[in-house]
Ligand binder design. Structure first.
Ligand SMILES: Nc1ncnc2c1ncn2[C@@H]1O[C@H](COP(=O)(O)OP(=O)(O)OP(=O)(O)O)[C@@H](O)[C@H]1O
Ligand SMILES: [Mg+2]
Length: 318
């Protein structure tokens, strides 16, 4: 892990309960500047609660958290100046037009009239909202509302941005537009804290991913590291001759074979070295391979394997 970059977000032992239900049960986070961090977890895991604590909207019951080096509890005003938040539910004022909403944010950030106009025009352009700028957000599509919401959070040129499910309900093309915008922000040095229900989104965007379940981080790492945690990777080889199937299966330690498809399944990561040794072993016995497919576990496999197990649930509610 790189230690060179200072941390944009740091949390230690965060705790939060509502009544006797424990939502966060000691959460540690460390997000280096200029990176994308994604928090995953099932519905109700506490992702929005974590975002709300880090963005100073609610207080934690225990632990401590720093954003941009400032304590979210003791220095909330300074934290707010440095961050942008795009909520799970758009925080757009329905009585103001798109442009007026941006101008309002400019005033809230004390940008001054000229700078407010300049930035609003720039963001309307960037987010493809120029034509809709004079209309009320109630006339916008879901994707346009999301884009306006994100544009609003960018008015103050935040260094750290919290995106709570920014692409939920967006069509695949609009989602990709959002990804491009997010990547551009990070290229400019901004730090992104992202929650998402779309594991492919975390896979595509995040430098590091943490999985929250039962009030705790149950796994953390790059997408590749997390995928290595779960079994499921295998290579499927299709042979040329049925009478060689059993021999091949024994030779390779196959976990399954299918006489109809002429395939044998071998656990493995699909690396070039492992494929070469499989083929060489078969070659040595003059067993011909017709073709092969590699299946690597995806983040869905990781999510299903790591979350929602009963033992986690019990811990969190007792
Ligand atoms: N103000 C509140 N009062 C009581 N319970 C709350 C409150 N806010 C959140 N909770 C509870 O805390 C738990 C975590 O909620 P949170 O919204 O953080 O989950 P989430 O991970 O964001 O879920 P989702 O994926 O559905 O958005 C839930 O059980 C929720 O009911
Ligand atoms: Mg949520």
């Amino acid at each position: 892990m790189s230690t060179a970059k200072p941390l944009a977000i740091e949390a230690r032992g965060l705790r939060k309960s509502y009544g006797d239900s424990t939502v966060l049960d000691g959460v540690d986070l460390a997000v280096p500047e200029g990176t994308i961090f994604s928090l995953l977890g099932p519905n109700g895991a506490g992702k929005t609660t974590t975002v709300n604590i880090l963005s100073t909207l609610i207080g934690a019951d225990g632990g401590e958290a720093f954003v941009g080096g400032r304590d979210v509890a003791r220095d909330a005003d300074r934290v707010r100046e440095a961050i942008g938040v795009t909520g799970q539910f758009a925080a757009v004022d329905k009585l103001l037009t798109g442009a007026e909403n941006l101008h309002l944010m400019g005033r809230l950030h004390h940008l001054g009239r000229r700078e407010t106009r300049r930035r609003a025009a720039e963001l309307l352009e960037q987010f493809d909202l120029v034509g809709a700028a004079g209309r009320l957000p109630s006339t916008y599509s879901g994707g346009m509302k999301r884009r306006l919401d994100l544009a609003m959070s960018l008015m103050g040129e935040p260094r750290v941005i919290f995106l709570d499910e920014p692409t939920t309900g967006l069509d695949p093309r609009t989602r990709r537009t959002m990804w491009t915008i997010i990547r551009e922000l990070v290229a400019g040095g901004v730090t992104i804290f992202l929650t998402t229900q779309y594991l492919e989104e975390a896979d595509q965007l995040a430098d590091r991913i943490a999985v929250l379940d039962g009030g705790r981080i149950v796994a953390e790492g790059s997408a590749e590291e997390l995928k290595r945690l779960v079994p499921g990777g295998h290579v499927s080889l299709r042979l040329h001759r049925l009478d060689q199937l059993e021999k091949a299966a024994n030779l390779l330690g196959a976990t399954a074979s299918d006489p109809e498809q002429l395939t044998v399944q071998v656990p493995g990561d699909g690396s070039v070295a492992s494929l070469r040794s499989l083929i060489e072993a078969l070659d040595g016995e003059s067993i011909e391979v017709e073709d092969l497919t590699i299946r690597t576990p995806d983040l869905d496999d990781v999510f299903l394997a790591l979350t929602g197990r009963p033992e986690h649930r019990k811990e969190s509610t007792r």
